[in-house]
Design a protein around this ligand. Structure first.
Ligand code: CP3
Length: 343
């Protein structure tokens, strides 16, 4: 089906656009009362993720209610470690929790090898097919996965962490084990993202939320090396790499075979453009905290960001996921400022 609004895809490919496209990381769920109403009918987050009808419904909510230029499939990066054999719970007010973690060679046995993603992640693929049908070509649908390094962090740590020191410890004390685990995650992620495209995803994003806790050299060896394998395996589709906090790795990220680099708010658009050159689209990077400000402040900060763009190769977004206590009306001010801005 032909898309009615393909601004996001054109901006990613570096084609002509009439205005900059805008969407928000973590737009599905979190901030919308309409999301919480659907969630309240269910046993919890996982039931929502695993029921394609509900996942499709909350994926489309921000398109209807906020007017974003792209939808992102409602799921989580943690479905991949679960498919590999490590089940998780999403604990209210606390976040994810895995009963089993991988910190030794023996614990690698917890991992199921050669899994069939069509089988184990069928609920995500079905949610994508259903969402595509219900979107009826209004906007593109973004599929996603966690980048291998960030997924390793959750598999090793078993929960969130401020330092992820168990994961970083593994890189120094058992680097072969870390590489073996990263390769397993990479293989599953390639099959999973390919399946998402087959199911109807129009674009893909890799979330490397914990990229910034590694030094440059380590991020290249344990992070970018695997992202490159993934990007190379899935050519020809708008593909965004969001490596949060990886400022000094930007030149290396710029050499990846992807269309788009996501930037967090610590990165200067000017410096990023110089490092990334014109061959890639930049996505981002308003500080999510701007949305706590007055309407006027949001308009001014958003316009300042838009004015800093030196080419059309931009997709507007926040520098990280929208925070859960942000008023959806403030998000609309941000979105409408972008939509009314003349290139
Ligand atoms: O972007 C979207 O709107 C699509 C859905 C989406 C979710 N998680 C739903 C979710 C996406 C893209 C993610 C990605 C994700 N999940 C990341 C990478 C992006 C980032 O923020 O850095 C990470 C690190 C996770 C892991 C995760 N999932 C954590 C740490 C938590 C708990 C804290 C939190 O963020 O709320 C989750 C839970 C989660 N994933 C929720 C949602 C809507 C909240 C759960 C609920 O509704 O109770």
């Amino acid at each position: 089906m032909k898309l009615q609004n393909d601004l996001f895809l054109r901006a990613a490919r570096g084609e002509q656009i009439e205005r900059y496209p805008v969407w928000l990381m973590r737009q599905a769920g979190r901030i919308l009362p309409e999301y919480r109403a659907v969630r309240a009918k269910l046993s919890g987050f996982k039931e929502l993720v695993e029921t394609p009808e509900f996942a499709a419904e909350v994926t489309i909510q921000p398109v209807d209610l906020l007017g974003v230029d792209a939808a992102i499939i409602f799921s989580d990066i943690l479905v991949v470690p679960e498919a590999m054999g490590l089940t998780y719970q999403m604990i209210e007010q606390k976040g994810p929790w895995f009963e089993r973690t991988i910190r030794s060679r023996e614990q690698m046995n917890f991992i199921d090898r050669n899994i069939d993603v069509q089988d184990r992640l069928s609920y995500v693929l079905e949610a994508i097919r259903l969402t595509k049908k219900e979107l009826a070509g209004r906007v593109p649908l973004i599929g996603f996965a966690g980048a291998p390094w960030t997924i390793l962090c959750y598999m090793v740590e078993g929960k969130g962490s401020k330092t992820f020191s168990e994961s970083r410890k593994l890189l120094y004390t058992q680097p072969e084990l870390a590489h073996e685990l990263l390769q397993e995650i990479t293989n599953v992620t390639i099959a999973y993202l390919k399946a998402q495209v087959e199911a109807g995803a129009d674009a893909l994003q890799l979330f490397d939320s914990w990229a910034g806790i590694l030094g440059d050299e380590q991020y290249e060896a344990f992070g970018i090396h695997y992202i490159r394998q993934i990007a190379e395996a899935i050519p020809g589709i708008p593909f965004t790499v969001f490596s949060k906090g990886a400022i000094t790795s930007l030149p290396k990220l710029a050499s990846l075979p992807c269309t788009t680099i996501g930037l967090d708010w610590n990165m200067s658009m000017d410096v990023a453009r110089t490092l990334v050159k014109e061959s890639k689209t930049l996505q981002g990077n308003l500080d999510p905290c701007v949305l706590y400000g007055s309407d006027e402040l949001i308009e001014n900060e958003t316009r300042k960001l838009l004015k800093s763009f030196k080419s059309q190769r931009h997709i507007v977004n926040l520098g990280h996921g929208v925070y859960p206590d942000i008023d959806p009306e403030k998000v609309k001010v941000f979105i409408n400022t972008v939509k009314s801005y003349e290139i």
